[in-house]
Design a protein around this ligand. Structure first.
Ligand code: UDP
Ligand code: MG
Length: 312
C-alpha cells in the first residue's frame, strides 16, 4: 500500500487551478493504473491569495475528499508554503509542483519509477533552457548559480525547479531543518541522499503571471547566499588586509619621494579619494555583517514560518 501526496503552493492562481486539477487527476489515474501507487492526496497551500483561489480550493475539497488545503492569513512566500504543505502530508511519497502547469504532472510517473526501482530517494527536475525569459535575467541567474557554488559547499544545480518527488525519509529530513530563513535550493542538496535529475524544456505558464519580479529575485539570491555560506564574512577581512597593504606601500612611496626628491605631498584630492575608498570598503563590510546579523535576529525571534487562517 503506498500513497502519494501532492503539495501545491498557490498564490493568486484562480485561473490556473482548474487546469492543474484536471491534469493531475489524469496523471494520478495513470499512476494507479500502472500500480505505482494505490492512492493520492492533494495538499494545496493558499499563500494569502487576493483572488478567488480559496473559494476554488473549497469547492475542490467539497467535491473530492482527497483534496486538503491550508490557507495562510497573508502572503508568507513560496518557501513557507512548501514547508507548510510538506508538514501536512502523510503519503509514502511526496511530490511538490507549481499550480501553473510549468511542472508537468505527467512526469511524476517516471520520477516515481526512478525512486521505486532504481533506489533513489528523490527525483528532481531542472530546466535545460531559459526560453521566454529576458536575457538579462538569464545572465544574472547564471551568475548567481556560479557564485553560489563557489561560496557554499553544496551542489546547487542551475535551473533546478521546485518540482520534486521524494520519499518519506527524505521529506522528514527536509522538515527537520526548521530554520526560519528557508532557502530550499540549498536545503534540498544539503540534506544529501541520492537524487536523480530529470530535464525538461521550459514552458510558458498555462494562465496568470509570474509572481517573481527581478527585485524579488535579487533579494532572494542574497538571502540564499547568506543562508548557506559564511564566506562573505571572510571577504571583508580580505578586503581590509588588501587595502592595508596598499596604504602601507603608498606611505613608503610618499616618504621616499619626500626624502630623495623633496617633492611636496600633493594636497587634498588624493586625500578625498582615499577617504571615500576606505569609507566605501567599510560600509560594504558592515553591510555584509548586517546581513548575518539580520539572519540571527529573525532566527532568535523564533516567529512561526506561517499563520493558518483556514484548514480543510
Ligand atoms: N507562489 C507562492 N507564493 C508566492 C509566490 C509564488 O505560493 O509568494 C507559488 C505560485 O502560486 C506558483 C509557484 O509558487 O504555484 C511558482 O510561482 P511562479 O509561477 O510565479 O514562479 P515561476 O514559475 O515564474 O518561477
Ligand atoms: Mg511558474
Amino acid at each position: 500500500m503506498s500513497k502519494l501526496s501532492i503539495v501545491v503552493p498557490c498564490f493568486n492562481e484562480e485561473e490556473a487551478l482548474p487546469f492543474f486539477y484536471e491534469e493531475s487527476q489524469k496523471a494520478i489515474a495513470g499512476l494507479i493504473e500502472k500500480k505505482l501507487i494505490d492512492s493520492a492526496e492533494y495538499v494545496f497551500v493558499d499563500d494569502g491569495s487576493k483572488d478567488k483561489t480559496v473559494e476554488i480550493l473549497r469547492q475542490l475539497a467539497e467535491k473530492d475528499k482527497n483534496v486538503h488545503f491550508v490557507s495562510f492569513s497573508r502572503n508568507f512566500g513560496k518557501e513557507a508554503a512548501i514547508y507548510a504543505g510538506l508538514n501536512k502530508t502523510c503519503g509514502d511519497y511526496v511530490a511538490t509542483l507549481d499550480a501553473d502547469l510549468q511542472d508537468p504532472p505527467s512526469l511524476i510517473g517516471e520520477m516515481l519509477e526512478a525512486i521505486q526501482n532504481e533506489d533513489y530517494d528523490c527525483a528532481a527536475t531542472r530546466r535545460v533552457d531559459r526560453k521566454g525569459e529576458p536575457p538579462i535575467r538569464s545572465f544574472f541567474a547564471r551568475m548567481f548559480y556560479k557564485i553560489m557554488r563557489k561560496l557554499c559547499n553544496i551542489e546547487v544545480v542551475d535551473g533546478a525547479r521546485d518540482f520534486r518527488v521524494m520519499t518519506r525519509v527524505y521529506v522528514n529530513a527536509v522538515l527537520s531543518l526548521s530554520e526560519k530563513n528557508r532557502f530550499s535550493k540549498g536545503i534540498f542538496p544539503w540534506v544529501g541522499f541520492k537524487t536523480k535529475w530529470f530535464e525538461y524544456e521550459n514552458r510558458e505558464r498555462v494562465a496568470g503571471e509570474t509572481k517573481w519580479s527581478f527585485h524579488k529575485l535579487f533579494l532572494y539570491s542574497i538571502d540564499g547566499i547568506t543562508a548557506f555560506s559564511v564566506k562573505p564574512l571572510m571577504l571583508s577581512s580580505i578586503l581590509g588586509i588588501f587595502s592595508l597593504i596598499i596604504a602601507f606601500l603608498m606611505i613608503i612611496l610618499i616618504i621616499v619621494r619626500k626624502m630623495i626628491w623633496g617633492d611636496p605631498v600633493a594636497g587634498w584630492p588624493s586625500m578625498v579619494c582615499i577617504i571615500v575608498f576606505i569609507g566605501g570598503l567599510q560600509l560594504f563590510s558592515v553591510g555584509i555583517l548586517g546581513q548575518y546579523l539580520a539572519k540571527i535576529y529573525t532566527e532568535t525571534k523564533d516567529r512561526p514560518l506561517y499563520i493558518v487562517r483556514e484548514e480543510v
